[in-house]
Write a protein that binds this ligand. Structure first.
Ligand SMILES: C[S@@+](CC[C@H](N)C(=O)[O-])C[C@H]1O[C@@H](n2cnc3c(N)ncnc32)[C@H](O)[C@@H]1O
Length: 286
C-alpha cells in the first residue's frame, strides 16, 4: 500500500512541482530507479512542453492526464512507449509496443560499423525494429544504399514512419532473416533476438517489449546460428558483419561464428563489458 500522496490529495488545481514530488515518491516506492527524472518527463509530456519549461513554471497547473501516464509507468510500461519516442544517435524516433526500445548501448554498434564502412557502401540492418540502426547509418553515410529488414510487419510500419519523420531514404523489407533479401552487401549490421526463453529480465522488458524482438530458441542462439551460416553468402569480398550479442556469455555467441569460418575484427564495448563484435568471413578474404 502506497504511503505517498496521490492526485486526489493534492490541492486543486494541481501544480506541476507538487505533482512531480508526489509522482517521483510513488515511482521510487514502486522500485523505479530514476524516479525523479521519470516524473519530470511524464509531467513534461502531459504538459506538451520540455523539462526546462516545467522547471521554470513550477506553479503551472498540470492536467490529470499526467496521472494516467504515471499509472502506466507504475504498471512497468517502458517510459519510451508512454512518451511515444526515443532518441537514438541524435535521431528522434517513434516507438511503440511493436518494436524494441532502442538502447543507448546499441549506438556503439553503429559507431563500430561507421569505422568499417565506406561512404557508398551497400548496408543491411537485419532485424531493424524501429529502424534505428538503418536510419543512423543512412544519416551518417548519405550516399550509402541502406536496407532495413525485419520479420515483423508491425515493426516495419514503425520503421517506415521513422524514415519519413527523419527524411532518410532507407529501403524497408519484410524478411525472415535473409530469405527475402537480394544481392550482396559491404556491411551487415544486426542486433538480433538473443535472449534465452528462461532468462530473468526486468519487468518492463519481460512484460512489455515484443517477444519476437527478444527471444531466440536454443538458449538464445538459433538466430545467431542462422546468421553465421547465411551471412557470408550475402557479403561482398572483404565485407564485414557487426553484431550485438549482449553482456551475458558473449563468447558463446562469438564461438558460433568462429566455428563457421569467421574471423574476429574487434570486440565492441569492452569498457562496459563485452557485448558485441565485428567480424569478416575468413574464406572470402582475397
Ligand atoms: C533485438 S530487436 C532489434 C531492433 C533494432 N535493430 C534495435 O537495435 O533496437 C530484434 C529485431 O529482430 C526482429 N526479428 C526477429 N526474428 C527475426 C527474423 N527471423 N528475421 C528478421 N527479423 C527478425 C524482431 O522483430 C526485432 O525487430
Amino acid at each position: 500500500m502506497s504511503t505517498s500522496i496521490g492526485w486526489r490529495h493534492l490541492p486543486a488545481p494541481v501544480r506541476i512541482d507538487l505533482w512531480i514530488e508526489s509522482a517521483s515518491a510513488r515511482l521510487a516506492e514502486a522500485g523505479h530507479a530514476a524516479a525523479r527524472l521519470e516524473a519530470e518527463l511524464l509531467a513534461a509530456h502531459a504538459a506538451g512542453k520540455d523539462r526546462v519549461w516545467i522547471k521554470i513554471h513550477p506553479e503551472a497547473p498540470i492536467d490529470e492526464q499526467a496521472e494516467a501516464f504515471l499509472t502506466r509507468r507504475l504498471n512497468w510500461e517502458p517510459l519510451a512507449y508512454i512518451l511515444g519516442h526515443r532518441e537514438f544517435c541524435g535521431l528522434d524516433l517513434l516507438v511503440d509496443e511493436s518494436v524494441l526500445v532502442p538502447r543507448f548501448e546499441t549506438e556503439s554498434l553503429v559507431e563500430e560499423a561507421l569505422k568499417l564502412a565506406e561512404p557508398a557502401s551497400r548496408i543491411l540492418d537485419l532485424g531493424t525494429g524501429s529502424g534505428c540502426i538503418a536510419l543512423a547509418m543512412k544519416a551518417a553515410l548519405p550516399s550509402a544504399d541502406v536496407v532495413g529488414a525485419d520479420i515483423s510487419p508491425a515493426a516495419l510500419k514503425v520503421a517506415r514512419e521513422n524514415g519519413r519523420r527523419t527524411d532518410l531514404d532507407v529501403e524497408w523489407l519484410e524478411s525472415d532473416l535473409f530469405d527475402s533479401v537480394a544481392g550482396e552487401f559491404d556491411l551487415i549490421i544486426t542486433n538480433p533476438p538473443y535472449v534465452a526463453s528462461n532468462a530473468d529480465l526486468p519487468r518492463d522488458v519481460a512484460e512489455w517489449e515484443p517477444a519476437k524482438a527478444l527471444f531466440s530458441s536454443d538458449q538464445g542462439t538459433s538466430h545467431f546460428k542462422r546468421i553465421a551460416e547465411q551471412a557470408s553468402a550475402r557479403l561482398k569480398p572483404r565485407g564485414v558483419l557487426v553484431a550485438e550479442c549482449g553482456v551475458h556469455e558473449p563468447e558463446v555467441f562469438w564461438t558460433i561464428f568462429e566455428e563457421r569460418g569467421w574471423t574476429l575484427i574487434r570486440w565492441i564495448g569492452d569498457d562496459v563489458g563485452k557485448w558485441g563484435f565485428s567480424c569478416r568471413f575468413g574464406l572470402r578474404l582475397p
